[in-house]
Design a binder for this molecule. Sequence first.
Ligand code: NAD
Length: 420
Amino acid sequence: MDLTRRNFVAAAAASPFILSATGALANMANGPVLKVAVIGCGGRGTGAMFNAISAGKTSGCTIEVIALADLFPDRANNANQALAENGMKAVPADRVFTGFDAYKKACATDCDFVILATPPGFRSIHFKEATAKGKHVFCEKPVAVDGPGVRRFLEAAAVSRSKKLKVVAGTQRRHETCYIDSVGRIAKGDIGRVVAGRVYWNMGSLWNVAPDATKSEVENQVRNWLYHTWLSGDHIVEQHVHQLDVMQWVMGGHPELVRGVGGRQVRTDTTLFGNINDHFGLEFQFPGDRFVFSMCRQQDGTDGKVEEMFIGTDGVARMQSGFAELTGAKPWKFSGKQVDPYTQEHIDLQNAIIKDIALNEAEQVAHSTLCAIMGRMSAYSGKDVTWEQALNDNEVLMPEVVEFGARPQAPVAMPGKTRV
Ligand SMILES: NC(=O)c1ccc[n+]([C@@H]2O[C@H](COP(=O)([O-])OP(=O)(O)OC[C@H]3O[C@@H](n4cnc5c(N)ncnc54)[C@H](O)[C@@H]3O)[C@@H](O)[C@H]2O)c1
């Protein structure tokens, strides 16, 4: 793939049609064609596919979905049907891949970029394959569920950087104008030295899929993946990673240590809710005696709050999706316009690919993921956990090879007994 601005413009000058480096004929009127393969065709994979297509209108390229890959045929077919129902060309049957090796087949196509949107446990394996095959990546968060997965992802991130591949992560606040503006102001010193923060994702329950006795334990757990730590990392990793990402962005790096509590009081039925917790409360310690308190819960009937707040020596910053304000020495409230961040992240990725702009968020999202994993480790075990401990941890939750069959459910964590 070498669809740089330079050779695109040179080719465009020579002919009204250009042949992209991947061999696709692109009509100048519609800009270059970028071919995409979607790996993990569920809610987000399908959503990201349409976000990418609509982002093309702004970035000036035509997005062609050339392959769909999912573990299950029903999910891949749903995504294909959604394409057809929205007036787009359906993917031919010989490019709809299913099974545990579907990602390999998708990465072996002549796509320019892949969308990775399976349950998080598989991500580092899929990302490694995509970078090995030289693909640009839109990579949903989180990117791993355990230390070995984060290390695998980081190794692949280094490969992707050395190949100058573009990687955008699904931590969409990084592409949301109100966040970009407010974090920029904080970095300039508008609230003074940031000494503390509070970050929350508190909400009710999410979907679940009851086990089907005719299916294997692995299939049942993958279909109900939110509730199994080997697949989702627990909700602190799967969901609260967004706030922990903002925390690391504002604090200018990763925490040294975390001390946390957590448990399950409401979702106690292991048949429906696997082994994950329904609440966490954590204190992250940063260099220079700075602290961020983090809370996340999924319990019906409780107050919701999805927000990040940072306290500086001269003021306070508060951010939510679509909202940001600073109070104190330099008060400010976001009043600008912003594009839906789920579309903006694809506009940014496509611009980076077409114009050969350096953009690689792989390491950043791996660090945010590790931050969430260390929080989970502390709450599960009841021990203080350092960044290095989490990064070098050798507990493998997600094996490199998974097959359908038996997989006894992992136990619910018990502080004082669960190991770090
Ligand atoms: N950025 C955001 O705001 C946001 C929002 C929702 C979800 N997500 C993330 O997107 C990812 C997917 O979430 P979702 O809500 O779409 O879940 P989903 O269950 O709707 O979709 C996951 C899909 O992956 C498929 N799959 C499972 N294992 C696979 C494998 N080994 N190979 C290929 N396909 C496999 C499943 O069959 C399913 O179709 C998760 O990481 C989630 O955290 C991000």
